[in-house]
Structures are given as structure tokens and as C-alpha cells.
Design a binder for this molecule. Structure first.
Ligand code: GAR
Length: 192
């Protein structure tokens, strides 16, 4: 049976596009039912529109608090019959409203080997620390920042002479394969 996912993103949306492309190419039984974006000027919005994916823009400044904004998101998720949520560069902590509605069904990708280098600058922080190996983590979401049960990790080497931009390019290339691989595996296992 086809499952419906929502993707949440705040920025560029390269993972959004990679997920969408992989779902089509691999003929996964997945429908990208909704993009949720919290940044009205984010490039991901046009990318979703170009692919015909419905977009919900929620500017949290327009709401009294996180619960009020997430109530709007939850209504849309339910209206689109969303089974699971994939965060792809969504730079906001998920609150109790959405966590309670989607237990073990909200997944995040982080550009470092958690628990190392959580937060907004995982690539830069790993580079600055001088590690020889960093990578990508995909995990279930809980109430913390980049905490939650790890589903899988993939290593990415930091090569001698790398700039942070070169490392970021290598990490993003890894993410664009890894996220679809994990989605496919979760679908195969019936976890979504
Ligand atoms: C990705 O590298 C993702 O791992 C990261 O944001 C980027 C979004 O890129 N997420 C985090 O840092 C979460 N803490 P994209 O908009 O091009 O997909």
C-alpha cells in the first residue's frame, strides 16, 4: 500500500529534491503529499511547486506560540493523510503537538555522526574539530536537539587539504543517497 509522507524543510531543499527523485526512480510506494516550510523565502518552496507537491508555509511569527503553529501543521498533515514526516533541513525543534500525533514516525537527517556535533552547524563543527571521519546520521525525533533513536549512520572521510566547502559537498552527496536508502528500508520493514 502506498504511504504518504510530508517533508519539512527550511532552506535549499536539495534533500527534498533527492528524496522526491529517488521515490520516482525507484518506484517506491510513497507519495510526497506535502512540503511544510517555516521560511517564506526558502528556495525549497519553488522546488516543491515545480514538482507539483502541495506546499504549506507556516511562518511561526504569525502564531502566539509553537503549539498554535503546530496545530495548523497537524491539521494539514491529517487532511493529506500523512503517515510519516521526514525532516530535511528543518531548523526547528518539533514540539509536543506533532510528537504526540506521530510517535516514531518523524525522522531527521543530520550532517554529522551523532551524538557528535549536534545543532545547526554539524559540518562546520566537525571540520573545525579536525576529525578525520565525519558523516551523516538519520534518526527518529524526540524532544531534544538532534537526539532520538539512531536509525543508521554513514561515514564520510575528511580528506587532507579539504576545505569546509569540499567537505560539505561530499556530505550532501552522501545525504542524497542515504536518505532515500533509509526511507526504502523503513518502507520495506513496514516501519512507515
Ligand atoms: C542538510 O545538510 C541537513 O543534514 C541539515 O541541513 C541541510 C539541509 O540541506 N540539517 C541539519 O543540520 C539539522 N540539524 P538542504 O536544504 O539542501 O536539503
Amino acid at each position: 500500500m502506498t504511504k504518504t509522507i510530508a517533508i519539512f524543510a527550511s532552506g535549499n531543499g536539495t534533500n527534498f529534491v533527492a528524496l522526491h527523485a529517488a521515490i520516482v526512480e525507484r518506484q517506491l510506494p510513497v507519495n510526497v503529499g506535502l512540503l511544510v516550510c517555516d521560511q517564506p523565502a526558502a528556495p525549497v518552496i519553488q522546488k516543491a511547486q515545480a514538482l507539483g507537491v502541495p506546499v504549506l508555509i507556516v511562518n511561526f511569527r504569525d502564531y502566539a506560540n509553537k503549539a498554535a503553529a503546530e496545530a495548523i501543521i497537524l491539521t494539514a498533515l491529517q487532511a493529506h493523510h500523512v503517515d510519516a514526516v521526514l525532516l530535511a533541513g528543518y531548523m526547528r525543534i518539533i514540539g509536543p503537538t506533532l510528537l504526540a500525533a506521530y510517535p516514531h514516525k518523524i525522522i531527521n537527517i543530520h550532517p554529522a555522526l551523532l551524538p557528535h556535533f549536534p545543532g545547526r552547524h554539524g559540518i562546520e563543527d566537525a571540520f573545525a574539530a579536525g576529525v578525520k571521519t565525519t558523516g551523516v546520521t538519520i534518526h527518529f525525533i524526540d524532544a531534544g536537539i538532534d537526539t532520538g533513536q539512531i536509525i543508521d549512520q554513514r561515514e564520510v572521510p575528511v580528506l587532507p587539504g579539504d576545505t569546509v566547502d569540499q567537505l560539505a559537498t561530499r556530505i550532501h552527496a552522501c545525504e542524497h543517497q542515504f536518505y532515500p536508502d533509509v526511507l526504502q528500508s523503513l518502507i520495506n520493514k513496514g516501519a512507515i
